[in-house]
Design a protein around this ligand. Structure first.
Ligand SMILES: *Cc1c(COP(=O)(O)O)cnc(C)c1O
Length: 833
């Protein structure tokens, strides 16, 4: 810490005492002008809306920072228990409109900008997304910290400040092209760098034993390659409650003394360039969703997050309590967002034992009382395993500690189940075999944690019965469920302001912080005027989505068509292919003239594929090729459109979910842990067509059978059918499916590109198809017919839509976070003084 700049005799105890900044229109006009002109140095000749966006954001940020300090001081004074959400991803999206909403200044600011001749929409649109995540897992972290602040819970988010976020997706010749997302290129007005809290992170080197000044043996690493972790803090405001929590993101930099003296003068440039290898660690987000990666750089990222965050918290503790950790576990709790930060289990042991002289048993007791782990997937390809040799090279002391944790753990297992060697091998943190040992990160997380949760009822049940069965037998009390949610501030109040206002006019505004209030909308189901207005608002949201898309696609969509939307990451388990098969089936019906009682339909599909995921990229190409044929066919016309929406991201979803009629949630049962896209659509009044998978099951429970289009095999039916799965036999039995397959196989959609879809076609025809797409085709088509029937009856559809919004209360992250707080973290809400 730097020396205190204040003289002790200074009668003014604080230079930060300032009058509160105003929140009315004129306050924003004055501050905007000052920032625009003095800080940014722009004038009326500046054409770019970017600087107006920055000037406004600085004015808003000042208001956040005021409340941020009050919140920080309140937490400090009350010495309350705190929780830390450790996540490699925070898919935040944009900040400005959410900050205005949560500060309660949207109207005043909109007016202020209007008076200055500026359009607030344009300023909002010029903010780049903070795309520091892949998909659901990263967006969940962002929704969680919003709810923590709204519930006034002392929770800090810890993550990495990637220089490059999720890649930007362009579609060229129907194929995904990845472009780097340099989201920080114009700076980031929302963050504050705090170099005074920099931590040193050690990589490599070797472990030696030394005798400390008390005569104790100590193990430590020498000859390490160190980097620095510099924190950047972003304020996270609660909804109109004065609380502003913190998201702290670490940036890797070179150590100051990057050994210039080791180089001769001739190598000066090389020595400075070495700085880059340190900064590389937080340079780029790995763009894999539900897929492990195995690269050394990724393990370095994970350790950077775990070590920097834990050092931060431990240093804070030591600053107040010295080396007395007796009450540490009563005051601190770490939630691990998947296994990505799970090296934290071993790192906390290392810090407590090596740096703060605790005994193994004391350190282990603290670790097991403070760590909690959330699992996000059952897919075997997503389970992280790090090679022991890589671990030993990068983190030798941490690897030693993991071996020791494993030895203690296996001793416990063999006490419980003597001589059960199979079980020991199954449960070991170290996977043997193929001559190559691996660390099973999920097992490390379970052993080191007091709580293990899945993210929807079905998912949590399948974890106990399958993936973590042995651990459930050993420690049933650790296992629990926390069904995901989404924040209703961003995903209804901010993204669908007209509907939000109408809801507030109808039932008051309590729903914004108590989403179960939406239930009251059911009282208006028979109110003709209410239903008519609801329908009109849905249509106007569709029109807005059309206008948004028109700028990119030059494709005029019909607002009266059924808007059938599937947006999410591309993965075979999510079965975008099943959706395409249905589209091809509709196309085939049109070509056959089977169009009596037709329902016009626009199928919108969007999402990114991991750059190395061949099959997912081919499916994107297939969708684009099918779209080109269908959209250009004069026989098809308004009856059917297929649109691929490039670069699906948070700010795109904010426009898409209000404009959807039908929400496609069609994963193979048992594969989607929860889903959260499904919840955003439901909240905005879209109706789900879905399998009994993830949170779809709970959505259907809440909204009722009649307001949900169910199809497909159940999870147990899928597992049952696997043994004798015969897609060729199914195709033979189904004439519609035969015709679809024939169109695909005849090259109808790739006439100039022979063979490019062969791999996609053979994957679904294979009896080994893990995702069993063909098995659910007939049931999907039948359910889609019921969709059309319902859609033709506007009144019925509108009632279904209202029922979906009205029953979406459970899917607020306020409910999810309240359960984390009550059942895992044990926090008290604290009102800011
Ligand atoms: C909500 C969201 C997701 C998660 O969607 P799922 O349908 O649950 O997979 C992914 N990406 C973005 C940008 C989102 O907003």
């Amino acid at each position: 810490m730097p020396n205190n700049i204040f003289k002790k005799s200074n009668p003014c105890s604080s230079i930060t005492e300032l009058p509160k900044l105003g929140l009315v229109k004129n306050d924003f006009i004055v501050d905007f002008k000052r920032y625009y002109s003095h800080r940014l140095g722009r004038d009326q000749n500046c054409r770019s809306p970017h600087y107006a966006y920055e000037a406004l954001s600085l004015a808003i940020s000042d208001r956040l920072v005021e409340r941020w300090k009050d919140t920080y001081n309140t937490y400090r004074e009350t010495d309350c228990k705190k929780a830390y959400y450790l996540s490699m991803e925070f898919l935040m999206g944009r900040t400005l409109s959410n900050a205005m909403l949560n500060l309660g200044v949207t109207d005043e600011v909109t007016q202020a900008m209007y008076d200055l001749g500026l359009n607030i929409e344009e300023l909002i649109e010029s903010e780049p997304d903070a795309g520091l995540g892949n998909g659901g897992l990263g967006r969940l972290a962002a929704c969680f910290i919003d709810s923590c602040a709204t519930l006034q819970l002392p929770v800090t988010g810890y993550g990495l400040r990637y220089e490059y976020g999720m890649f930007t997706q362009a579609i060229i010749n129907g194929e995904q092209v990845e472009r780097p997302d340099h989201w920080l290129k114009n700076g980031n007005v929302w963050e504050i760098e705090r170099p005074e809290y920099t931590n040193r992170i050690q990589f490599g080197g070797k472990v030696v034993e030394v005798i400390d000044d008390k005569g104790n043996k100590k193990r430590m690493c020498v000859d390490t390659h160190d980097i620095l972790a510099v924190p950047y803090d972003t304020p996270i405001p609660g909804y109109q409650n004065g609380t502003v929590n913190t998201l702290r993101l670490w940036k890797a930099t070179a150590t100051e003394e990057f050994k210039l003296d080791e180089f001769n003068a001739g190598a000066y440039a090389e020595s400075v360039a070495a700085k880059n290898s340190a900064e590389n660690i937080s340079m780029v987000l790995y763009p894999n969703d539900a897929n492990e990666n195995g690269k050394a750089l990724r393990l370095q990222q994970q350790y950077l997050l775990a070590s920097a965050s834990l050092q931060d918290i431990v240093a804070n503790w030591v600053g107040r309590h010295g080396n007395d950790f007796t009450h540490f576990a009563e005051k601190n709790c770490f939630q691990l967002n998947d296994t990505h930060p799970s090296v934290a289990v071993a790192e906390l042991m290392r810090l407590l034992i090596d740096n703060h002289d605790l005994k193994w048993s004391e350190a282990w007791a603290i670790t097991q009382k403070t760590m909690a782990y959330t699992n996000h997937t059952l897919l075997p390809e997503a389970l992280e395993r790090w090679s022991v040799s890589l671990f030993e090279r990068l983190l030798p002391r941490v690897m030693e500690i993991i071996f020791e944790i494993n030895a203690h753990f296996l001793a416990e297992v063999s006490t419980r189940w003597p001589a059960d060697t199979d079980r020991l091998a199954r449960m070991s943190l170290i996977e043997e075999g193929h001559g190559n040992k691996h660390v099973r990160m999920a097992y490390l997380a379970i052993v080191g944690s007091f709580s293990v949760n899945g993210v929807a009822e079905l998912h949590s049940k399948l974890l106990q019965e399958g993936l973590f069965k042995d651990f459930y037998e050993l420690w049933p009390e650790k296992f629990n469920n926390k069904t995901n949610g989404v924040t209703p501030r961003r995903w209804l109040a901010a993204c669908n302001p007209d509907l939000a206002e109408f809801i507030t006019e109808t039932i008051g505004d309590k729903w914004i912080t108590d989403l179960s209030e939406l239930q009251k909308l059911e009282n208006f189901l028979d109110d003709k005027k209410f239903c008519k207005k609801w329908y009109e608002l849905q249509q106007s949201s569709k029109q807005k989505l059309i206008n948004f898309k028109k700028t990119e696609h030059n494709l005029d969509l019909n607002v009266n068509a059924l808007f059938d939307v599937q947006v999410k990451r591309f993965h075979e388990y999510k079965r975008q292919l099943l959706n395409v098969l249905h589209v091809i089936h509709l196309y085939d019906r049109i070509k056959r003239g089977d169009t009596a009682n037709w329902t016009d339909r626009c199928v919108l599909i969007g999402g990114k594929a991991a750059p190395g995921y061949y099959m997912a990229k081919r499916i994107i190409k297939l969708i684009n090729n099918v779209a080109e044929i269908i959209n250009a066919d004069p026989d098809v016309g308004e009856k059917l459109k297929l649109v691929f929406m490039p670069n699906y991201c948070v700010s795109a979803m904010e426009k898409i979910c209000p404009g959807a009629d039908l929400s496609e949630q069609i994963s193979t049962a048992g594969k989607e842990a929860s889903g959260t896209g499904n919840m955003k659509f439901m909240m905005n009044g879209a109706i789900t067509i879905g399998t009994l998978d993830g949170a779809n099951i709970e959505i259907r429970e809440e909204v009722g059978d009649d307001n949900f289009f169910l199809f497909g095999l159940t999870e147990s039916e899928v597992e049952e059918m696997r043994h004798q799965y015969n897609p060729m036999g199914i195709i033979e039995q189904d004439e519609d499916l035969q015709r679809v397959m024939h169109l695909l196989e005849s090259g109808h959609f790739n006439q100039c590109e022979p063979g490019i879809f062969d791999d996609v076609i053979s994957s679904i025809k294979s009896s080994d198809d893990l995702w069993m797409t063909i098995a659910d085709f007939r049931s999907f088509v039948d359910a889609q017919k019921l969709v059309e029937e319902a859609y033709q009856d506007k009144e019925r559809w509108t009632r279904m839509s209202i029922m979906n919004t009205a029953n979406s209360g459970k899917f607020s992250t306020d409910r999810t976070i309240q359960s984390y707080s009550d059942e895992i973290w044990n926090l008290q809400a604290i009102a800011v003084k």
